[in-house]
Ligand binder design. Structure first.
Ligand SMILES: *[C@@H]1O[C@H](CO)[C@@H](O)[C@H](O)[C@H]1NC(C)=O
Ligand SMILES: *[C@@H]1O[C@H](CO)[C@@H](O)[C@H](O)[C@H]1NC(C)=O
Ligand SMILES: *[C@@H]1O[C@H](CO)[C@@H](O)[C@H](O)[C@H]1NC(C)=O
Ligand SMILES: *[C@@H]1O[C@H](CO)[C@@H](O)[C@H](O)[C@H]1NC(C)=O
Ligand SMILES: *[C@@H]1O[C@H](CO)[C@@H](O)[C@H](O)[C@H]1NC(C)=O
Ligand SMILES: *[C@@H]1O[C@H](CO)[C@@H](O)[C@H](O)[C@H]1NC(C)=O
Ligand SMILES: *[C@@H]1O[C@H](CO)[C@@H](O)[C@H](O)[C@H]1NC(C)=O
Ligand SMILES: *[C@@H]1O[C@H](CO)[C@@H](O)[C@H](O)[C@H]1NC(C)=O
Length: 812
């Protein structure tokens, strides 16, 4: 670290502690129209994510801002996912004597749909969620890492605080039996303790999982009943507040506990409940709860809430912006987006029941196909400590399961969407010098396994490995390595991703001094060209990625390519948008069209420019792609194209495109996301775009080393490429939490009109390239951009200013 940075970072640290950035976070953005954003209470990467659950088909993350009623307040959720609704385990619901006639617990409706209550507008802030239910009970929740604390405030004059704990109903109704419950008086607090567990199914994966809880309240119930469904009929067992009750819960459900607590002078109409959750045991759930929240009271709720907010401020404040002249709305958009980047994956280090290890364990990678492009690259500059733990966790998953995951949730293997993109995620961190405690040799071994050994590619590794080795591409209906589990589809989009994954393996090989491997994988990364059909045409442009049969013929999908005319627009927003999902009839491209996938060559854009017909045609083709509706920013493959004008020396067109995309598709409304947030992927795209840079979103694919004859990760100089568009703040600083280095991006003269870079300096030296490297973030420094209203025809436009490509000698 430079001495000057040391001084500056010390100032920043002091300043950061005082900054309440959390005030700019709006957790409800994207809770409507398919954003599936989790709006409840969590810590950064928190294990427990507590919030309300809506009776809505859009309730993947629990609460939906569509007015539908509330089935409960549950303890676990995922953020922004597609697929089915995730988790939603062990919901609570407060009742009053209106719902349970005259406090008769057998009259409370326990069915999770039928019991749903209307509600008023919820409020939330980082680490906190609150919702007024129509029975006049206010439900609030805040969290620590493994524990939620709930506070229910009943209407004044309530004589008995009625309460439901549902043991078996999660959001998607996946309960498999294998449950237990123990209701016991808590000797220490003379209150109520309930522990238990159940077996449930993952929302986008195989197998099942067991999860455990520990419920505590200071209050002693005046009446309580255990209920379960026996042969379709609800049956009740009276519980005693002095004797322990134990029960196994089979497949009959719903089952749960109904309680009535007396209103007491000390607590008035407030019921505070602490709920520890563990993936290992009820004992661990209780231990977490006791350690993290020793005191169960209304005042302790307030201090837990304050601590959660402080934790969020710590994490958010590695980034600082000068918001002079910037609207509140832009600030809210920016900080809410950064906030969402940190909800998942979950850090459940120390709570992994699957294997014994001293390595970190992270869960809810949902999925790496979504997060490798922008989420984890963002961590490498804003949260490198977490990123190092994530890498260690992924490598440990490889050690213990034999494979790196693409998707993984609730301790189970999830379905792979495309390539083996964990390779790219790892490589991105490797080339950025993220080393802390990471065994890169084993990481490299895991990547090579992906590239060379075919397993069950529906949940791990790649498909078509032997066929591709023979043909240079993955053929339609590959049969080389039966049984090829899972939908044997997506041959074209998988090949493009495999090629990019190979490039990333090559980068790590290079850094580890494995020169022959580097050459091999860089060469493999050219396989995309084997699916480039120069004769395919659409809307006046020639050359598209087209699937191929094993015998070499181009493939026409009889359902869409009418008369053997290949339709590169199929699966784009204008033609068959919903045809390409992960199902047996999903076709040869995944969640995007050939029009869009045909841009996905971040390792060698120069060669793509050539194949498309040169810079002018490339630029015109991008224009048509956007103008004619083939672009889909609502799905991750849509990120990369918005920045591609930089590869033909037209950074001002990138500025215009990104500006338009942000204005049109991302805002602070409840419906402010164009698609599923996908564990913060949409949010991360917004963050990068506001910083004024972005990856050529192939993940790390644009990363490279300055060759230094290095043979280990400790003495190489990692650099990588960030394409420059334009910042949305006059000044941004990013503090590297590992070494304290401070990167500053200045946009002088920035205004509503002055959005184009006229000239630039990097650390005081004139800078004309339309991209920068990661050095800015590891060593610190200043990128200073002079902004103006004219579309500069000089800055960033020359041949020497273009980002690197393999075929023009880059990366090696
Ligand atoms: C739950 O949603 C369904 C489908 O929209 C609706 O018919 C039903 O009335 C809702 N139930 C409650 C209790 O709100
Ligand atoms: C719940 O209360 C709100 C606000 O009073 C009201 O607008 C809404 O209609 C109620 N919903 C139900 C389902 O009763
Ligand atoms: C259970 O409690 C109810 C009152 O809540 C009482 O009427 C009933 O007799 C009790 N049942 C048994 C089996 O003790
Ligand atoms: C992850 O959890 C472990 C165990 O609680 C903790 O030591 C570590 O600091 C956490 N990591 C982050 C980035 O918070
Ligand atoms: C691929 O396999 C599917 C399912 O078996 C079949 O319907 C389709 O005709 C096959 N396509 C080709 C090109 O062989
Ligand atoms: C493109 O079409 C021409 C003329 O029909 C043919 O000679 C050539 O082989 C085709 N190229 C490919 C890659 O199919
Ligand atoms: C490849 O197979 C397809 C489908 O069986 C057939 O239509 C085509 O003519 C074959 N191409 C070659 C080059 O044999
Ligand atoms: C906000 O974003 C959504 C999702 O992209 C879009 O449908 C909506 O029109 C936008 N709203 C405004 C006011 O721009």
């Amino acid at each position: 670290m430079k001495a000057s940075n040391l001084a500056l970072s010390a100032t920043i640290v002091a300043f950061a502690a005082a900054q309440d950035t959390a005030q700019f976070v709006n957790q409800f953005i994207g809770t409507k129209n398919g954003g599936h954003v989790f709006s409840g209470a969590t810590l950064p990467w928190g294990s427990v994510k507590a919030g309300a659950d809506s009776n809505s088909t859009d309730n993947q993350a629990g609460y939906v801002s569509d007015g539908s009623s509330i089935t409960g307040i549950s303890q676990l959720h995922d953020d922004g996912t597609g697929g089915g609704a995730s988790l939603g385990n062990f919901p609570f619901l407060p009742f009053t004597d209106t719902e349970c006639a005259n406090n008769d617990l057998t009259k409370c409706t326990v069915d999770h749909i039928l019991r749903a209550l209307g509600h008023g507008d919820p409020t939330a802030s980082p680490g906190y969620f609150s919702i007024p239910l129509n029975n006049s009970v206010q439900a609030e929740v805040t969290v620590t890492q493994h524990t939620a604390v709930h506070r229910f405030t009943y209407p004044t004059g309530t004589n008995e605080l009625l309460f439901l704990l549902d043991l078996t109903t999660d959001l998607a109704g996946t309960y498999q039996g294998g449950g237990t419950v123990t209701v016991s008086p808590n000797q220490e607090t003379h209150g109520t303790r309930i522990t238990g567990s159940g077996t449930f199914l993952p929302s986008f994966g195989e197998g099942s999982f067991q999860v455990y809880f520990c419920f505590d309240s200071q209050a002693t119930f005046v009446q309580a009943k255990y209920y379960e469904t026996v042969a379709g009929t609800l049956t009740y067992t009276n519980l005693s507040s002095t004797a322990t009750f134990n029960q196994d819960i089979g497949n009959d459900n719903p089952a749960g506990v109904l309680m009535g607590f007396s209103e007491s002078p000390a607590t008035a109409e407030t019921l505070v409940v602490r709920m520890g959750v563990s993936w290992t045991s009820t004992a661990k759930a209780c231990a977490y709860a006791e350690e993290e929240i020793p005191d169960i009271s209304s005042s302790s709720f307030d201090s837990v809430q304050a601590a959660a907010r402080a934790k969020w401020n710590d994490v958010l404040n590695t980034v600082e912006v000068d918001a002079t002249g910037v609207s509140d709305d832009t600030q809210v958009l920016f900080w809410s987006s950064l906030y969402r980047a940190y909800i998942s994956p979950t850090n459940i280090t120390g709570d992994n029941p699957l294997w014994v290890s001293t390595e970190p364990y992270y869960d809810s990678f949902y999925c790496i196909w979504d997060s490798f492009r922008v989420v984890h690259p963002l961590y490498s500059i804003t949260a490198p400590t977490t990123q190092a733990e994530v890498i260690r966790a992924l490598i440990d998953i490889y050690r213990n399961t034999g494979w790196l995951p693409d998707c993984r949730m609730s301790l189970d293997k999830g379905f792979t969407q495309g390539g083996s993109n964990a390779d790219s995620l790892l490589s991105d961190s490797y080339v950025k010098g993220i080393t802390a405690g990471i065994d890169w040799e084993t990481g490299y071994e895991a990547m090579v396994k992906d590239a060379t050994i075919e397993g069950d590619f529906s949940v791990q590794g790649r498909g078509g490995v032997p066929s591709r080795a023979r043909l240079g591409y993955v053929p339609v209906n590959d049969t080389d390595n039966p049984p090829n589990e899972g939908p044997n589809t997506r041959s074209a989009s998988r090949l493009l991703e495999y090629a990019n994954n190979d490039f990333n393996i090559g980068l790590v090989a290079q850094g580890l001094g494995k020169t022959a491997d580097m050459a091999h994988y860089f060469s493999e990364s050219g396989d995309w060209a084997n699916l480039w059909n120069p004769n395919a045409t659409n809307n006046g442009f020639n050359g598209f990625i087209q699937p191929r049969l094993a015998n070499g013929s181009w493939y026409f999908d009889p359902r869409y390519d009418i008369g053997d005319v290949f339709r590169p627009d199929h699966c784009s927003p204008v033609f068959g948008h919903d045809d390409c999902f992960l199902n047996p009839s999903g076709g040869e491209f995944y969640e995007a069209s050939s029009w869009e996938y045909s841009w996905f060559v971040p390792q060698d854009m120069a060669l793509l420019v050539k194949k498309i017909g040169g810079p002018a045609t490339f630029s015109a083709r991008l224009d048509t792609f956007f103008a004619d509706g083939f672009h889909d920013i609502g799905d991750e493959p849509g990120f990369l194209p918005t920045y591609l004008y930089n590869y033909v020396g037209q950074p001002t067109k990138t500025v215009d495109r990104v500006d338009l995309v942000l204005n049109q598709y991302f805002n602070t409304s409840l419906n402010g996301l164009p698609g599923n947030d996908d564990s913060g992927a949409m949010g991360s795209y917004v963050v990068w775009s506001h910083l004024g840079t972005n990856f050529p979103s192939g993940g790390s694919s644009k990363d490279y080393f300055v060759k230094s004859g290095a043979t280990s990760s400790n003495n190489i100089t990692p650099q990588n490429t960030y394409l420059i568009s334009r910042p949305y703040f006059p000044k941004i600083t990013i503090r590297n939490e590992v070494n304290g280095a401070v990167a500053t991006i200045i946009a002088s003269g920035l205004s509503a009109e002055n959005i184009y870079v006229q000239s630039a300096t990097l650390n005081g030296h004139t800078y004309t390239k339309n991209w920068i490297t990661h050095e800015l973030f590891t060593n610190g420094g200043t990128l200073s951009l002079v902004m103006g209203s004219s579309k500069s025809s000089t800055w960033g436009t020359g041949e020497a200013d273009l980002p690197m490509s393999l075929s023009t000698g880059g990366f090696q």
